[in-house]
Design a protein around this ligand. Structure first.
Ligand SMILES: [Zn+2]
Length: 254
């Protein structure tokens, strides 16, 4: 399975608009971070997790040729605002399955009402096939099984997903022991780490590293990163040897 990091930044992206912070001014391409998303693919299967405001640009840069489905983690805009840009895939493929919590579907129906219109729907509007994700109920994507992982983003429920020995968890602040049990024996864990200072709804670096110590994946990649985390080059040097800061356009094979 190939994992392509389409975006690794927190909700504003890096650089932040109008910011003169040194990380926002950095010339290192690894310090430029679009909003978080990954593209996972194997054989002829191709899925993305989340579809944020940078989706169009991410699809162009990665040259993603098709999408068999979108797995949503939660409804926040940095994870969903790109939904309108799935249209080129619709024109070639038809409806795109979207896997999501019932609450997230309700949110999308309010915010993208025209996508879900059943009467006189505008020709050319995006078209999706919603598939409800329920915690405790694994589902198939292509010929693989996806295991939903229930986590909390402050007071908001968020789904992470495990597929084989890979797990993607973003916007986590707390996680129950029963969910941790589903994450044993990972080859690759992707988890959010916002910055060094604590945050009410995201792991900071220390919390993410503690979490990685508990799970002991072979390798861990940090994502959903703020400019306040610091320069990629400098932060990477301080990390344990099996922990890496992800960066946009990084591709790994599992
Ligand atoms: Zn987010």
């Amino acid at each position: 399975m190939k994992v392509y990091f389409l975006g690794t930044g927190t909700s504003q992206g890096i650089p932040v608009i109008g910011s003169s912070h040194p990380v926002c001014k950095s010339n290192d391409p690894r310090d430029k971070r679009l909003r978080v998303s990954v593209w996972i693919s194997w054989e002829n299967h191709s899925f993305v997790i989340d579809c944020g405001p940078d989706f169009r640009q991410q699809m162009l840069v990665s040259e993603c040729p098709k999408i068999d489905g979108i797995l949503f983690t939660h409804e926040h805009s940095d994870h969903t605002a790109g939904l309108d840009d799935i249209r080129p895939f619709n024109f070639r493929q038809g409806n795109i399955p979207i896997y999501l919590h019932k609450r997230v579907l309700e949110s999308l129906k309010r915010r993208f009402d025209y996508v879900f219109e059943t009467v006189d729907k505008y020709p050319g509007a995006p078209s999706v096939e919603p598939i409800e994700v329920v915690n405790g109920q694994n589902f198939s994507i292509g010929d693989k099984i996806a295991i939903p992982i229930n986590v909390m983003h402050g007071g908001l429920q968020v789904f992470g997903y495990r597929i084989d020995n890979f797990a993607y968890l973003t916007d986590v602040k707390t996680i129950e022991q029963s969910e941790i049990e589903k994450l044993k024996g990972l080859k690759v864990l992707v988890v959010n780490a916002l910055r060094e200072e604590p945050h009410h709804s995201h792991f900071n670096l220390e919390e993410a590293l503690d979490f990685i110590k508990i799970l002991q994946p072979e390798k861990a990649y940090l994502t959903h990163i703020s400019h306040r985390m610091g320069f990629h080059e400098e932060v990477q040097k301080q990390l344990p040897e099996n922990v890496f800061l992800a960066y946009d356009n990084l591709q790994i094979t599992i």
